[in-house]
Write a protein that binds this ligand. Sequence first.
Ligand code: M6R
Length: 615
Amino acid sequence: MGYVGHRPALEVVLGGLRRLEYRGYDSAGVAVLAGQGLAVERKAGRLTNLEARLDEVGRDGFAGTAGMGHTRWATHGPPVDRNSHPHRDVTNRVAVVHNGIIENFAALRAELEAGGVEFTSDTDTETAAHLVAHAYDAGDTAGDLPASVRAVCRRLDGAFTLVVTHVDQPDLIVAARRSSPLVVGLGEGETFVASDVAAFIEHTRDAVELGQDQVVTITRDGYRVTDFAGEDVDTRPFRVDWDLSAAEKGGHEYFMLKEIEEQPTALADTLRGHFGDGRIILDEQRISDQDLRDVDKVFVVACGTAYHSGLVAKYAIEHWTRLPVEVELASEFRYRDPVLDRDTLVVAVSQSGETADTLEAVRHAREQKARVLAVCNTNGAQIPRESDAVLYTHAGPEVGVASTKTFLAQIAAIYLVGLALAQARGTKYPDEVAREYDGLCAMPDAVARVLGTVEKVRSLGRSLAEAKAVLFLGRHVGYPVALEGALKLKELAYMHAEGFAAGELKHGPIALIEEGLPVVVVMPSPKGRAVLHQKLLSNISEIQARGARTIVIAEEGDETVRPFADELVEVPAVPTLMQPLVSTVPLQVLAAEIARTRGYDVDKPRNLAKSVTVE
Ligand code: M6R
């Protein structure tokens, strides 16, 4: 984050970092242009460590109205004080914070060291600080900070967002963007730059998103954007459609718990406005109906939880459209030469819209002439910008590192894409499409009912806190739900957890079953595909016979399941394809409660960050 304005920069920047900390919490640091010099403090660990350090040294030396700060998710060099940002040049006049990876940093470092520069960190970032100082001191760019930053950017490979300050230019801050996100906040007599609007939302909702390979200079009075060559670039300010209250915990102990409760609203907001005149309406649809008719194959590419939402949606899209759907981890997609052409629709799903693997998959798909539709929760992020069309999930800001409300919203959004395809291709009659849409619109209430009954799941969670491992089983749409349940438990409770397709049990995983091992089973409805229900009951018998403790998520009124359940969690009866929207919720609550009981920070699990902007 960077700030130039009329308030004490240190407090503004620390406030911003508090809201950005979900992006990385290995270390934190600040630099303020104070008097004639740079006041810098950095500390490994959480932001609270930095604040404690500032209290120790005193904040008087940080009086100034321009400054910057950073929270780090370590890539180059361990998370220790000396690798924390901001990094400075040898003369202590330039300070730089950086997201991303400077891929040619080793060569640049060798060149700088050959010229006598002594490095004080293991980071790639420090090279940028020295290079800017050199550019500012000599040649065409001497005395011109924006020009110096542009010149340095032209030398850097990889992904980098930089925020740069120089003591000789106390009234401005320069920032540059390649890949990792950067947004400018436009206040009254103050201007901000940050990775995310959350950093400045308490001061302004007016913002400008920087594009690829652009440099912005901010002053109290405004901003100027150029490309790396120095040509002016036109920008389009936008108004953020949520406010400070959405970015706060609202009385909850953790953001994640608040976000679990927000799921009915997230679903309703995502669905709202997507049906009119008897038709599904997508958002910024830059793909024509004719193109949708021509689609002969669908890929869903995504990572983590977003990938699981794609796995769920595959069942619906294939059923509704009769199109083949492949769901692929974005990190694998472009390395295996997938068969794509202009009749392939690639649906790129990403909460943040900035996940590096998904972004690269989008680029690869577009190079192969496929149409790309982004499903994204962040307005104006890079993935929607580089896609042919976008459908926004209106889940509001998700701060907890573990995805919850955006998972449900993603499923709803991809279902809308499936219905739009079915409508364009005529594989469903308009009244059938309308019925499915109405079915989706009934889901916020169903999810709200689940939320009303989760106290039992919480106490179940507390009883599982000492378990060594938990397995999750499901079939059909219950299988990706099992995968998601396991992912939540791994990332939040640091517990060994695996999700399996129940039919695979006998092909290996059943060997894991031992006396007392908790196994969560996601049951299908007995009224849906009875054969699946029957087969899953047989699978439960097999694991019960081997001593497993069975925790069964089943439809209300499904009496047949009772003898098979050591613990029964009931969810409302909904159509088969809608079941993931209700059956995932208890699994989120379970993982959060186990993690809390084990004493872990539910919002900031170890080693993780909310947005993974490096491959
Ligand atoms: O922002 P994205 O949806 O692209 O993020 C993808 C994954 O990193 C993300 O879903 C991750 O797996 C979850 N936060 C886990 O809960």
